[in-house]
Design a protein around this ligand. Sequence first.
Ligand code: XUL
Ligand code: CO
Length: 541
Amino acid sequence: MQPPKRARVEKSSSAECQGMICSGRRNVFTLNKSKHRGCEFAFSDILLLLFRRLRTVDTHGCSIPKITSQPLSSNRWLPKAPRQGDSGTMSIQDGQGKGTLDVAHYFDDEGIPAKIPYGGTSSRNHLAFKYYDEDQIVRGKSMREWLRFSVCYWHTMRGVGLDPFGGGTISRPWEDGTDGLENAKRRLRVAFEFMKRLGVPFWTFHDRDIAPEGATLAESGKLLDAVVDLAVELQSSTGISCLWGTANLFSTRRYMNGASTNPDAHVFAYAAAQVKKVMEVTHRLGGQNLVFWGGREGYQSLLNTDVRQELDHMAAFFRMVVAYKAKIGATYQLLLEPKPKEPTAHQYDYDAQTVICFLKTYGLDKDFKINIEPNHTTLAGHCAEHDVVMASKFGMLGSIDANTGVAHLGWDTDCFMADPQQTTLIMKTVLEQGGIAPGGLNFDAKVRRESTALEDMFIAHIQGMDAFAKGLVGAAALLEEGLLPRMVAARYASYAEGFGKRLAEGQASLEECEAFVAEHGEPRLVSGSQEKFQSIFNTYA
Ligand code: XUL
Ligand code: CO
């Protein structure tokens, strides 16, 4: 057996090709289901915090405890509101530049370069890419085109490090502590400045991340329009495009029993009206996709739930979406995002295969594809890459929420993916299906609660982008060399001709199988050779 050669990697820039193949650590997440049973508290407790409605906003645009000078709770299990003056808590006093349109100083002051440079693998600069060179050509396309990186608004711009045991740890100098429109607009300017410096081509958002929710549906719509007006301007001045938009149908208490699967038709109608608006603004922003993650579409108890009725309602909801998309002339790809649990105990869109089954059952499989989030995949008890591969094999992989979990925690930790074994397998799948467009690799990932420095938001994305760039190059080498694909094909060679071919094509009968076995007897044992496959794979990843 020949050792694998490195893929031919050309560069469109003058910089030299870097050695992209490294030896990697195998860390496939095979989660013990029983281990994360009982961990559903994470999301629900966070939401408990959010519903306290004490102003300042966190992930998905919900409320978190207001900065207050009240004494901290003595009960250590209750969420604690940070006090002004506590070291590391939010500074709402700093008004520097907040009234101006100029936001560059927030990053200049921290020594962030105007554009994160490519430094190559020998670089030890944490504010430079080691593998991601956007113009580098890999199998005929630039890294930028293959990877289609996107920054998500909810974690990166709204996350403050909330967890079930404590309030925010992360403060950003541009935040004024309100949930007002002025703050929302300034934050949006900062987001585009951040993405411009990082060099990502796309962004994603929920309606309630980018704009405050008003007292009525109409008021919320107006607030959203005001922010989207600015987003249209910022997209055109920076060249950054919208990968997808989505509606937050899970944070406010209105949706506590679900949105389209809510037993109350009034709530269903409200959710549909909210989605209508998001479809319009995403269309206006030129969004290439529209995502539906079934936030609270699931159940807590079968005793009070008619699951078939709820799923029928969900399908009816999506049929209205398909109809309205045609009506407004939108061309974006519609995507469902599976997740097995959190916040409900049993989410309907469990994993890729469940969603494919749902779409086919209700005749929606031509209208929707799937947005796979590897951390959700691990929550479903699969390895991180499983659903990416599964969706792709059935022609349903539309986009990827590029993140990963922590195997020994087992809830939705939304970490930036760092394991080259995982990114190589994912990018192998993306290469095999000819690309991920119009989807992309959206970093639905957040800095750790303890990563409170402003530069951490850059470093986290740089690290994640490098991990996928490295995976892309490794996967390109793997496919170009062709050894592993040939080894896989060899395992199935018996179906390639003769009686095996007739079996694979569905032309043979049970009686013929009986006659075949009568003639050929017991099959010989053929090794699965997993270790051999792993040892070859390790040379690429
Ligand atoms: C939640 C999640 C969402 C979706 C969009 O786990 O992944 O942020 O990606 O609603
Ligand atoms: Co997601």
